[in-house]
Design a protein around this ligand. Sequence first.
Ligand SMILES: [Zn+2]
Length: 135
Amino acid sequence: MSTAIVAAFREGLERGELLIQKCAECRKLNMYPRYACPFCQSENLHWQRSTGRGRLHSFTVLRMGAPEGFEADLPYALGVIKLEEGVQLLARLLPDAAGDWGSYVCDQAVELAAPPTTQPQYRPCAWFRRSNVSR
Ligand SMILES: [Zn+2]
């Protein structure tokens, strides 16, 4: 991905919005941003704001062995989020009240959240938390 095409996506995250690319020709959604629609190859792509609601398809908690540059973030959790719009993305998960991820289970409702203020440095990625409302 070039920086130009992810700029809008990152700027959306900074505003607290999760953006999904939508093809103006075939109307299908695609995650992550691309220059051409993966379904019809059209370059006529727009952005749609996600509701930020979805389900936690799967997740993992990293306690050691972080990739270079992420050591200071340990421990942290990564989840595959299936958005209600039908596309999915990899996102960070906010720890629960106990400061861990023990209350997370697969297939539970999750929602877009603001990044924690304790982040050692700003990373342009989406953060999710457990939804309070069961769906
Ligand atoms: Zn298309």
